[in-house]
Ligand binder design. Structure first.
Ligand SMILES: Nc1ncnc2c1ncn2[C@@H]1O[C@H](COP(=O)(O)OP(=O)(O)OP(=O)(O)O)[C@@H](O)[C@H]1O
Ligand SMILES: [Mg+2]
Length: 252
C-alpha cells in the first residue's frame, strides 16, 4: 500500500461484543512525520492505538510496522521492534525516583523489565538517562519520587520512559490532557522539537485542536470507528464531513 511507510494499518476493525469500535480503518505513516488521530469521544482512537501497540488483537485487518507484520504480536515484542506508547508499556513506578524510573525503562531495551530491573545496572545508560531528563527539564527533580511530581511533570516523565526504549515510532495518547493552556503550548513545542532532533516518527491522539493543527504534518479523523477524512491540517479544517462530525461548525 505504501512503500517506505513506518506504519501501515490495513482494514483494521475491532469489535467489543456487539459494539464495532473500529471499522475498516486504513492509513500509513511516513518516516519522520507527525501524524495525528482526532475524533469525538468514543470514536475509537485509543482502541486504534491499542491495536497498533499489540494490546488488542484486531477482529479483522492487519498492522505492518517497519515492513513486517505485527498483527497479534504481544506489546513487549512490538515495543522491542521500536514502537513505544506512553502510559501502557512503560508505567511509572510511583515509589522510586525520577532517575530510576528512566533508568529502568532504558534497561528494558535489553529485555530486563519490571521491578526486578531496578536491581540490575547496565553500564552506559546513565548519560542517556541524564540527556532525557535534561530534554524535559526534569534534571533538578532526578532524586524526587515519581509520585511527588506535578501532573505536567509526570506526563513528561512518561514520555521520557517511552523515549528511553529508543523507539522509531512513538504513540502519544493525549499527552497534554489535564495541562493548562500555557503548559500545553510548551509541551507541544517540546515534543515536536525532541521528535525532530531524534528523527522520531510521532503518532498522536489529541483533543486540543490548536495543538493538532500546529504540530501535525497529516491528520486522520475517526468518527464512530470509521475514518472519515485524512489530509494536511488545512485540508482537514476545510473538510465538510469533519466540520459536521467533529468541529461542530467551529470557526477555527
Ligand atoms: N476494552 C473494551 N471493552 C469494551 N468496550 C470498549 C473497550 N475499550 C473501548 N471500548 C468502547 O469502544 C469505543 C471506542 O473507545 P475508545 O476508548 O477507543 O475511544 P476514544 O476515541 O479513545 O475516546 P476518548 O476521546 O473518550 O478517549 C467506546 O464506545 C468504548 O466504550
Ligand atoms: Mg481515548
Amino acid at each position: 500500500m505504501s512503500p517506505g511507510a513506518v506504519l501501515e494499518v490495513h482494514g483494521v476493525s475491532k469489535d467489543f461484543g456487539a459494539l464495532q469500535a473500529l471499522s475498516d480503518v486504513s492509513f500509513a505513516v511516513r518516516p519522520g512525520e507527525v501524524f495525528s488521530i482526532i475524533g469525538p469521544n468514543g470514536a475509537g482512537k485509543s482502541t486504534l492505538f491499542n491495536v497498533i501497540a499489540g494490546l488488542h488483537a484486531p477482529s479483522r485487518g492487519r498492522v505492518v510496522f517497519r515492513g513486517e507484520e505485527t498483527t497479534g504480536l504481544p506489546p513487549e515484542r512490538v515495543n522491542r521492534r521500536g514502537l513505544a506508547k506512553t502510559f501502557q508499556i512503560t508505567n511509572l513506578f510511583p515509589e522510586i525516583s525520577v532517575y530510576e524510573n528512566v533508568r529502568v525503562a532504558a534497561q528494558s531495551r535489553a529485555g530486563i523489565s519490571g521491578r526486578v530491573a531496578s536491581l540490575w545496572r547496565l553500564p552506559d545508560v546513565d548519560p542517556e538517562v541524564m540527556d532525557l531528563l535534561r530534554a524535559f527539564d526534569l534534571q533538578a527533580r532526578r532524586d524526587e519520587l515519581a509520585e511527588n511530581l506535578s501532573h505536567g511533570e509526570q506526563r513528561y516523565l512518561e514520555i521520557c520512559l517511552a523515549l528511553a526504549t529508543r523507539p522509531t515510532l512513538l504513540l502519544l495518547d493525549e499527552p497534554t490532557a489535564g495541562m493548562t493552556p500555557g503548559e500545553t503550548q510548551a509541551a507541544t513545542a517540546l515534543i515536536r522539537s525532541i521528535a525532530a532532533d531524534r528523527g522520531l516518527t510521532l503518532l498522536l491522539i489529541e483533543h486540543d485542536m490548536s495543538v493538532v493543527m500546529g504540530i501535525s504534518d497529516r491528520v486522520a479523523v475517526l468518527h464512530f470507528g470509521e475514518k472519515i477524512a485524512e489530509g494536511t491540517p488545512d485540508e482537514i479544517r476545510r473538510d465538510p464531513a469533519v466540520i459536521d462530525a467533529y468541529l461542530g461548525g467551529a470557526d477555527d
